[in-house]
Ligand binder design. Structure first.
Ligand SMILES: [Zn+2]
Ligand SMILES: [Zn+2]
Ligand SMILES: [Zn+2]
Length: 467
């Protein structure tokens, strides 16, 4: 089998290598200094050239249990399969609607038979959904509808208020928000080119639908990559407006051909801080693939990415940003999420709700359960599923690994959105590097090293050096 050839790769090879050039230590420092100042992440410093490349250092004495950082994602997305279980804001990922809507919607979608067990890949979809249906006792359609339309109230649900649902301004039935401000921020930064509604700015909605379908059937990491491309194109357009605002149209067009590429480089800068390797080079070889078939496997992954890219290009092509549609760039963007060690997780208020009922004083509990238990039975074991996805967190991604980390990603009671929360595990004095563990650090030495190999390094942390 011959590898597919992307014509943009050769046509724009100079621009592509400029885009993929690692930012200089000076650029890294400048970018993160600005980010830290803008978001007021006090007490942190990014050093561009530590022993393991860039790293995050304490600029402040942290006590054990202190919040080090709430890192706002650059781009993130809920997993396609998780959308059945949880209705969340497409921008900040907090749960929206009401406890009743969350439960009713999930039961409704389950009834339609499109539920997918979270542990399963696309290949064993049917097997899983029938298995997980076994422990459920279905409810009548009318009951489910009245949950969804707000005419039925569950006892004590007012203790778990959720923001009301705001629809996508483009009119798609895919994206929902917790507020007008999240809707606008998502529209301006990502969604206007990826919306399938009437107001979409996509150049070809049919192609966009094709792209989304392909991603849902193969790997939803492509949706994230599309968000990165959309983000870069929109940033480019904004930079262009700012730069050429006061010029006549013709002059601006001429200048743009000449100076357009530096603007694209500038628009791309936040992403350039994140990628390391191409997806097909860094993806871990699945256990069922023999090592002698490795080259073939990597080529298939590359081809899969190319198929996805072709569809995306048709959906949001922009001549001035053409190098972004090269397979090289696409591979690096996807690779950025493949090696990302922090998932997007938001715990479910539905789980909290049922735990709250379970914890009520006995008489109240009995009363409430008369009403709530049929819903819990109908949901089965899935009642507690949280919002899950993948995201890129700029500062968290700079934190180096240690098998005896001094910090960890940990969501507290009040962390109800998609931001990454990093907490100090022990006192961290000013001037010490902040480390997290990319893997389960309780594993034995050999297993830890094998897992870290996927991240492209051998760990030499104090614990590994000793063992
Ligand atoms: Zn929101
Ligand atoms: Zn939309
Ligand atoms: Zn180690």
């Amino acid at each position: 089998m011959a590898a597919s050839v992307c014509p943009i790769d050769s046509q724009f090879s100079d621009q592509i290598s400029a885009l993929l050039k690692s930012p200089s230590p000076h650029q890294v420092q400048e970018y993160f200094q600005e980010l830290i100042a803008k978001r007021q992440y006090n007490g942190l410093r990014v050093k561009p050239e530590g022993e393991h490349g860039k790293g995050v250092w304490a600029d402040f004495d942290f006590k054990e249990g202190d919040l080090i950082l709430k890192d706002q994602m650059l781009v993130g997305a809920q997993h396609s399969s998780n959308k059945i279980d949880c209705l969340v804001c497409s921008f900040c990922f907090q749960f929206i609607g009401s406890i009743e809507l969350q439960i009713g919607r999930k039961l409704y979608l389950q009834e339609l038979g499109i539920s997918v067990d979270n542990e399963c890949g696309p290949s064993n979809r049917t097997e899983c959904s029938s298995a997980s249906l076994n422990n459920r006792s279905p409810l009548p359609q009318d009951t489910i509808k009245s949950l969804m339309n707000g005419s039925m109230h569950l006892p004590c649900s007012e203790k778990f208020p959720l923001p009301s649902v705001v629809s996508c301004p483009g009119g798609c039935k895919e994206a929902y928000y917790c507020s007008e401000s999240c809707a606008k921020a998502d529209w301006d930064s990502f969604h206007c080119l990826l919306c399938t509604g009437k107001g979409s700015k996509s150049s070809n909605i049919e192609a966009l639908l094709n792209f989304i379908q392909h991603a849902n059937e193969t790997n939803d990491i492509f949706i994230l990559a599309a968000k990165v491309i959309s983000f870069t194109i929109l940033r480019y357009r904004n930079l262009k407006v700012a730069r050429f605002e006061n010029l006549e149209k013709q002059d601006a067009a001429n200048l743009c051909t000449k100076y357009g590429f530096p603007l694209l480089l500038e628009a791309w800068k936040p992403v350039s801080m994140g990628y390391k390797r191409r997806w097909w080079d860094c993806i871990a070889l699945p256990e069922d693939v023999d090592s002698c078939d490795e080259a073939e496997f990597r080529m298939q992954i590359r081809d899969l990415a190319f198929t996805s890219l072709e569809r995306l290009k048709e959906a949001m092509y922009d001549k001035e940003c053409e190098p972004l549609f090269s397979l090289e760039i696409y591979g690096h963007i996807i690779g950025m999420f493949e090696l990302n060690n922090l998932d997007l997780v938001v715990s479910s208020p539905v789980e909290d709700y049922f735990l709250y009922i379970d914890d009520l004083p006995l008489s109240e509990k009995k009363e409430a359960e008369k009403f709530s238990t049929p819903f819990l039975d109908a949901l089965g074991n899935d009642y507690s599923i949280c919002c899950q996805g993948t995201a890129f967190f700029p500062l968290q991604s700079c934190m180096n690994h240690s098998c005896i980390p001094n910090a960890k990603a940990f969501k507290r009671e009040e962390d109800r959105d998609g931001q990454a929360t990093i907490i100090a595990l022990k006192p961290i004095p000013k001037g010490e590097e902040i480390t997290i563990s990319y893997i389960d650090e309780d594993l034995p030495y050999e297993e830890r090293q094998a897992l870290l190999e996927d991240y492209g390094f051998r760990c030499k942390c104090p614990r590994c050096s000793e063992e």
